[in-house]
Design a protein around this ligand. Structure first.
Ligand SMILES: Cc1cc2nc3c(=O)[nH]c(=O)nc-3n(C[C@H](O)[C@H](O)[C@H](O)COP(=O)(O)OP(=O)(O)OC[C@H]3O[C@@H](n4cnc5c(N)ncnc54)[C@H](O)[C@@H]3O)c2cc1C
Length: 329
């Protein structure tokens, strides 16, 4: 590491689970960390839509915890009451009409909503929400970040970390690190249409979630079946990446007209209310296996799910690995 300060100032752009994991590990290693996120709060794609008397996770649905380090982290989350195991009854609907029961896999969710682990992690970190970063500049005294309006922030930072999806990293890196920008630009991310459905009473479909290997849908889940949920019965539909990409520019009403009949084919009745969300960058088409990237010469690092396999667990591991690289571990 070229950073000479005993307590280096680190700017992390992106407060999804990768940025938060990196930030927490760096703070433990006595770095002074500042997170910036363009959204109202942390969590990124581990997100939940909330309305009057209802809620629904519309990004990540659950996470695995296979790596020992991540298992230990999830155990901390469980102890803090911000995550729990989810034991849904899962079906698989195949193209040939077969419906089968899926074997039990260990799945975790945030409680009482998917954003909870991120909110908990962020509570001990310095996070600037509603702070989109539009550009980076390397100056004599360190990294300078520019806000959405193009104005430079006052502070300089010794280290900058980009914990954002690949297309957003590519844009920020174009002028300062063309080689890394090209790598990020080469990581195609696919979209996903999500629909959140509300019902006045629980549906009796005989399953809580299903992998769907036919038609437009790929995953449906009864959000209300997850631990700690309150409010009215809500279901989540995710369309496949191929279907979503082919329909990415449609509006919500057109999407509903196509996806609700697909849900009806699985037994799902018309909802009382619905809303749709377009994820432009849901998952990397081919996830890389770099884990993270650390450029010591520039004092700049990249982390995020697109570098390590496209899951919550992979994103957390990516952030932690980058923190270790920055600290020279
Ligand atoms: C529809 C969908 C379903 C999924 N299902 C699952 C699943 O079931 N299981 C699973 O493990 N994973 C799932 N995933 C993937 C999982 O959500 C991601 O792998 C993980 O959350 C990525 O974390 P991250 O920190 O790398 O990125 P993100 O969560 O995307 O965080 C990046 C953050 O950067 C911020 N940002 C971007 N640009 C800027 C900028 N210029 N300035 C400031 N802030 C910026 C964003 O607001 C965001 O908060 C799913 C994702 C989607 C979208």
């Amino acid at each position: 590491m070229i950073i000479s300060a005993t307590s280096p100032q680190v700017a992390i752009i992106g407060a999804g689970i990768a940025g938060l994991s990196c930030a927490a590990a760096l703070q433990d290693a006595h770095c002074q960390v500042t997170l910036f996120d363009k959204s109202h709060g942390p969590a990124g794609r581990m997100s939940t839509r909330q309305g009057d008397g209802w809620q629904c996770d519309h990004g990540a649905q659950y996470f695995t915890a296979r790596d020992p380090g991540f298992r230990a982290e999830v155990a901390r989350w469980e102890q803090a009451g911000v995550a729990a195991q989810w034991r849904p009854e899962v079906r698989r609907f195949d193209a040939d009409g077969t419906v089968s029961r899926c074997s039990a896999t260990e799945r975790f969710v945030g409680t009482p909503r998917m954003t909870a682990p991120a909110t908990w992690l962020a509570s001990t970190l310095e996070l600037h929400a509603d702070s989109a970063i539009s550009a980076l500049r390397r100056e004599k005294s360190g990294w300078r970040l520019h806000a959405q309006d193009g104005e430079p922030l006052e502070r300089h930072f010794d280290v900058v970390v980009l914990a954002v999806p690949a297309p957003q990293a590519a844009r920020l890196l174009r002028d300062v690190a063309p080689r890394h920008a090209a790598l990020a630009a080469g990581a195609t991310m696919e979209g996903c249409w999500a629909m959140m459905l509300q019902y006045p009473a629980p549906l009796a479909l005989g399953f809580d979630a299903a992998f769907v290997n036919r038609g437009a849908l790929r995953w449906v889940a009864r959000d209300s079946a997850k631990p700690g949920r309150v409010g009215s019965e809500s279901w989540l539909l995710h369309a496949s990446a191929e279907w979503s990409e082919a329909h990415i520019e449609l509006d919500g009403a057109s999407i509903a007209a196509l996806l609700l009949p697909a849900f009806a084919q699985l037994g799902g009745p018309a909802p009382e209310r619905w809303s749709a969300h377009r994820w432009r960058y849901a998952k990397a088409a081919q996830a890389r296996d770099d884990v993270c990237i650390w450029d010591g010469g520039q004092a700049m690092g990249l982390c995020g799910d697109w570098l390590n396999g496209g899951t919550v667990e992979a994103a957390w591991l990516s952030g932690r690995a980058l923190a270790q690289r920055i600290c020279g571990a």
